[in-house]
Design a protein around this ligand. Sequence first.
Ligand code: HEM
Length: 439
Amino acid sequence: MEKYAMPEGYNFIQSLWRTYKQVKDPIGAMEESMEQFNGTYSVNLGTRRLIATQDPGFIDHVLKSNHKNYHKSAIQTEELGKFLGKGLLTSNGDYWLKQRRLIQPGFHIEKIHALYSIIKKTVDDFLVEFPEGKVDVYPHLHKLAFEIVINSLFNIQVPLETRNKLNEFINEVQAFVIKDLRQPYKSWWFRLSGEVARNLERAKGARDVIRDIINTRRQSTDKFNDLLDMLLSVRYEDTGEPMQEDQVIDEILIVLIAGHETTANALSWTLYLLANHPAERQQLKEATKDLNVIQSVASDPLAAVIKESMRLYPPAWISDRVALNDDSYNGFTFPKGSIIILFYYGLHRDEKHWQEASAFNPGRFLKANEDKSKTKTYYPFGGGPRLCIGNNFAMAEMAIFLQAMIHQFEIAPTSEHPLLRPLVTLRPTRVMLNINRKQ
Ligand code: HEM
């Protein structure tokens, strides 16, 4: 007799077939299963039990009300940590808490004000060069998001060679981790063929580059008002000591990786949606004429458009947690070690919780229409103690960019529509738009 009352779902053989389908079309396969099992289902992979859910109560239970019973999975921590080190995103437990307490104040909305001028300058320089005509905006926005993060970390002229080295490292390690995750049966080959070693070597190269920047900074008495200043100046509450150099490097690599592709995705989907919704685009332009940077960051209509875009296309479309002890939720019981997959994409488009869920309607996020229950059905930045630490930063940079973009350029659709590429983040395929600079 099964000791646990797992949610309905797939037996072992069916689970193998599901896994195959899931690799081919992750979102389509999950949507189909969610429909069949009413929002929560189990997958049985022998020793490994998975529960996938888009039930807001279950997600709240895992992320918030019973968060102490959950850690991030080994994929998100140890696997990624092999290349990126042990920073906020890739750690669990006491070490994570210690780092979070240390770093969180530096990302407080008041603190990141100092970064707005860096962000604005990066956006302005970027828009001067923005191409016109029929353009795939994704690679450009990817580059912009990377530049914003690099400039906010190191408010200095980082030489092009160094930037390229870091960019290359981030992109290649990320591509490799995805490959490794999608083809776990080839892990032995990746080790044997030297691919793992090559990526570890790249990681070392990136760490050395950052170490040099830190050492130069330490010799300077100037204030740079950037994230590196913040990371070097924070002190642990109990000891009064700063972070060790390698810890600072770990956190820098994490900010680089966590802070650029998510933003690039959100911006690309937002431009795509605005291009394809002329009425909303026009309304936004009228509501945001002549705003300065501080006003853009505070702008309700800009935030509403970005939030609605991340509802439809959450850059972090999925996450997971592992149960540390046996647990139960709403009549289900499951053993310790169960992996809970949180399907934010499905929840954000669930008609049970969102009226006309597939429509682009930024109005639903205007403050006047605010509905407190949304906090339980909307997770673009995750939730609970592990809420994205860069959420205010991300909202600010996106608002500053969007304000400048829609007032400097005419944006129109093309006949080509991007497809979903759900890798670690929800990337679009090409985002072809017609872009013309206003005279
Ligand atoms: C639109 C942009 C962004 C989105 C959608 C996003 C989303 C997320 C989500 C969903 C998580 C939680 C993951 C989980 O619970 O499993 C997270 C964590 C994190 N994000 Fe972001 N993020 C964005 C931008 C940024 C930026 C700009 C930074 C840094 C400047 C950043 C730094 C981090 C870090 C360090 C964590 C780990 C926090 C922890 O575990 O304590 N993110 N992000």
